[in-house]
Design a protein around this ligand. Structure first.
Ligand SMILES: [Zn+2]
Length: 205
């Protein structure tokens, strides 16, 4: 792609680094921004910069938050000894949308995936085990997507906490294999949380 402007070329190159955005789409978006009032584009740039610099991760559950302890963790209305283990913040949003769960979350930040070089220590697993060890948890609900990586991660955590007095369950697999949790419809997802099964039963299945 030949550009008549170095500034335009730089902007297109930056935008095309976003997932799913090729050079052509990037050019279309940049030209769109150029046609907008300058103030609108500046607001977009500012809000992205502010988000990137000021956003925090909850010190307890690792969910995205504006403050040190997120709204869910600091709420008095939540069951603090039931923890739903999820892969990322999109899963928290999906489960919150169902209004079926009143416990807390623990965001791992991914799944164990040797193929991608992601091991247990790259994820927020130690802080979860620590919560179990210090008797802060009555039940852990595994809500990772039903993939090989999800199963591996569940099983790794399960082995680590087996000796402690904690119940483990997994959300019912009404969600077909390969579907990401975030795409499950709210009713199905809500029902699968309510109808969760003991984790050990899921291993026999
Ligand atoms: Zn939190």
């Amino acid at each position: 792609m030949e550009f008549s402007s170095k500034l335009l070329e730089n902007a297109v190159n930056q935008v095309s680094q976003l997932p799913g955005i090729g050079k052509r789409t990037a050019l279309r978006l940049v030209l769109h921004l150029l046609r907008q009032p300058a103030e609108q584009t500046n607001q977009l740039v500012q809000s992205l910069g502010k988000m990137r610099n000021e956003l925090k991760f909850c010190k307890s559950c690792h969910n995205i938050s504006d403050v040190d302890l997120c709204e869910i963790c600091s709420s008095h209305k939540r069951d603090k000894d039931i923890i739903c283990v999820v892969e990322d913040v999109r899963d928290v949003m999906a489960i919150e949308n169902t209004s079926s769960f009143k416990g807390l979350y623990h965001v791992l930040g991914g799944k164990i995936s040797p193929m991608d070089g992601i091991g247990p220590h790259d994820l927020n697993i130690n802080s979860l085990i620590e919560k179990v060890k210090t008797n802060q948890v009555k039940e852990l609900i595994f809500a990772l997507s039903p993939t090989i990586e999800g199963d591996t991660t569940n099983f790794y955590i399960f082995k680590q906490i087996k000796e402690y007095n904690v119940e483990t369950s997994t959300i019912a697999r009404g969600i077909s294999v390969g579907d990401e949790l975030e795409y499950a419809d709210e009713i199905t997802l809500g029902r699968s949380i309510l109808n969760r099964i003991p984790f050990e039963n899921s291993l026999k299945a």
